[in-house]
Design a protein around this ligand. Structure first.
Ligand code: M6R
Length: 612
């Protein structure tokens, strides 16, 4: 995904756009650019690479940053490399119209051919540039920016959010939304457009969420919203209840570390909300629990870290609900024979709520009649449109590309959901529910302990930082924990780390083991897979691997066996993924930091992936 910002008003336009882009950096960082409307002309500044490069470019041209309106963009490259030429804004051939785009224009090839035949010259490899020439062509026909854009978008297939400005129409931005989020921020004598609230947080109190198929004309003192046929639409304004603090690092060197340390409070609040007024069964306000509990099977669909949370829930739900649960990568779900039906509860998990694979999968499940329950951190996101029931993660904005606090919030919500469904289905007794409830409520304190006593994790990172690869192993409910630990490490440190079912090690991966391949074992004493885990670790030791473990405090066997041991307080096995995730997050963080990686902005990634 990319980030868009637009501003019209008397403020310092260039710098307002730059600071908006700064707050959208989590959405992409392959290139950035701004276009400024300077009465009789449009000036464009673009730079490949990080936003710092754009700051540097304009640093000695401050006099050119004054303008009456402007648009800005931060890119995560899809079509065309991350070069200055492919950076947005894109300009029409006559230099009069500039636009920024988030999304994908699926029919761009045929449109490009058509426009080239008409004499338009393309300067970039992007899909976006067709829109600049298309809107110019339509402007010549219709004479106003609104008419040009509303006519132009009818030729486009795919997903798009645009901000468009025209030289002949100062103090005006036309903003369009189709399947990609876009908001308008309402100020006093100034207005904004943005992909997401962080771009305008602290600058406005009221916002308008554009719906799909809507466009807005935004000027200094007025905002009007239309459908693509030019009919005026009444819009609702909502208050922004986000403080600028949510996008500050609060003294931490990186957002990732700050977000790791927020986790115990997030989990505590989720539990307090669900168990308000002393009840023993969690109450989930936006879940139609009776309906969801009637399901004869459950499918859980997600990607990346959210998929690992889904996999933990797969184990938990089968144990508590005694019905079949399948956990499927969203990108695979759509290519499988679909057995989803009206007796299915389909749970879509997406931190951002904008992941294209997950949205497509959830949409398909809905078409097959399933009850759709969505877990997301963004209640204003696209996936929510398909939800029959919702479980908000309430983790606050997650800026770091590596998901941490959203993962533990997802696990917490899934535990709560499992307990609520089990109570409704009577698949657990009241005693069992009570015990689980008591255990769950102790988790925030245990999490706090892990996070406050984590000095040894940094010491372990020091010892592990020079290995180029690592294998993570576990069995049962902590297999997803191992996979999540490996994902965290590889995505931010670029160390090749892979998670395997420990029993599978001997069926192939064991060939990789030697003194250059540390093995990280995730295990919990006192359960049915512990002894087998220990045997698998012994097998790794026999192949000279450095043995690293994550287990409970006072695991004497582990203390003897492992070269490095990270620990968490003991907890019932079913809740152990929530605690064990923390040292693994911290380990990945410290290794990446010690290696000098850009922890919050790992290469090639973006916070959410809005393409399939
Ligand atoms: O927003 P989503 O939860 O749908 O995102 C899914 C994945 O793209 C995401 O979890 C990704 O794997 C993160 N980089 C993991 O840290």
């Amino acid at each position: 995904m990319c980030g868009i910002v637009g501003y019209v008003g008397v403020g310092d336009v260039g710098n307002i756009l730059l600071s908006g882009l700064k707050n959208l950096e989590y959405r992409g960082y392959d290139s950035a650019g701004i276009a400024l409307h300077n009465n009789d002309r449009i000036d464009i500044f673009k730079a490949a690479g990080k936003l710092e490069n754009l700051y540097e470019l304009v640093s000695d041209q401050q006099d050119k940053l004054a303008a009456t309106s402007g648009i800005g963009h931060i890119r995560w490259a899809t079509h065309g490399k991350a070069t200055t030429k492919n950076a947005h804004p894109h300009l029409s051939n006559n230099g009069q119209l500039a636009l920024v785009h988030n999304g994908i224009i699926e029919n761009y090839k045929s449109l490009r051919e058509e426009l080239e035949r008409e004499g338009y010259v393309f300067l970039s490899e992007t899909d976006t540039e067709v829109a600049a020439h298309l809107f110019e062509r339509e402007y010549k026909k219709w004479g106003t920016l609104e008419a040009a854009v509303s006519s132009g978008v009818k030729y486009l297939k795919g997903a798009f959010a645009f901000c468009v400005i025209h030289q002949n129409e100062p103090e005006k931005i036309v903003a369009v939304r189709q399947n990609v989020p876009l908001i308008v921020g309402l100020g006093e004598g100034e207005n904004f457009v943005a992909s997401d609230i962080p771009a305008i947080v602290g600058k406005v109190r009221k916002i308008v969420y554009l719906n799909d198929g809507e466009m807005a004309t935004v000027s200094r003192n007025a905002v009007s919203v239309y459908d693509f046929n030019g009919r005026k639409v009444d819009y609702r304004t909502e208050y922004v209840d986000m403080s600028p603090d949510v996008i500050s690092k609060r003294g931490y060197p990186h957002f990732m570390l700050k977000e790791i340390h927020e986790q115990q409070d997030i989990v505590r609040h989720l539990l307090q909300d669900a168990y308000a007024d002393g009840q023993k069964i969690p109450v989930l306000q936006k879940v139609h629990i009776e309906e969801a509990a009637k399901a004869e099977k459950i499918e859980i669909i997600a990607c990346g870290t959210s998929l690992h949370a889904a996999a933990v829930a797969g184990f938990v739900f089968e144990e508590w609900l005694k019905i079949p649960v399948s956990v499927i990568a969203a990108s695979e779900y759509i290519y499988r024979c679909c057995l989803t039906d009206e007796k299915t509860l389909t749970i879509g998990i997406s931190q951002s709520g904008e992941t294209a694979d997950t949205i497509t999968a959830v949409k398909r499940a809905k078409e097959h009649g399933a009850h759709i329950l969505v877990l997301t951190n963004r209640e204003d996101s696209s996936i929510v449109r398909y939800a029959d029931s919702r479980l908000p993660l309430k983790a606050g904005i997650e800026v770091s590309v590596a998901a941490t606090k959203s993962y533990t919030a997802q696990l917490t919500c899934l535990y709560l959901l499992g307990l609520a469904l089990a109570a409704e289905r009577r698949s657990l007794s009241l005693d069992e529910l009570g015990q689980l409830h008591d255990e769950l409520r102790q988790l925030p304190t245990k999490m706090e302990k892990v996070l406050n006593e984590a000095e040894n994790v940094k010491a372990a990172a020091e010892k592990l930082k020079n290995y180029h690869q690592m294998i993570y192993i576990a069995r049962g409910i902590n297999l997803p924990t191992a996979m999540e630990g490996a994902l965290k490490l590889k995505e931010i440190s670029y160390v090749n780390a892979n998670g395997y079912a420990a029993g599978e090690l001997k069926h192939g991966p064991i060939a990789l083991l030697d003194e250059n391949m540390p093995v990280m074992a995730v295990l919990t004493p006192g359960n049915r897979v512990y002894d087998k885990m220990i045997s698998n670790c012994e097998e790794a030791r026999a192949r000279h691997s450095l043995l690293v473990g994550v287990s409970f405090d006072e695991d004497k066997t582990a203390e003897r066996l492992f070269d490095l041991l990270l620990t968490v307080p003991p907890v019932t096995e079913v809740f152990s993924p929530l605690l064990l995730a923390l040292p693994l997050q911290l380990l990945a963080y410290h290794i990446a930091d010690l290696l000098g990686r850009e922890v919050d902005r790992p290469r090639n990634l973006a916070k959410s992936v809005t393409v399939e």
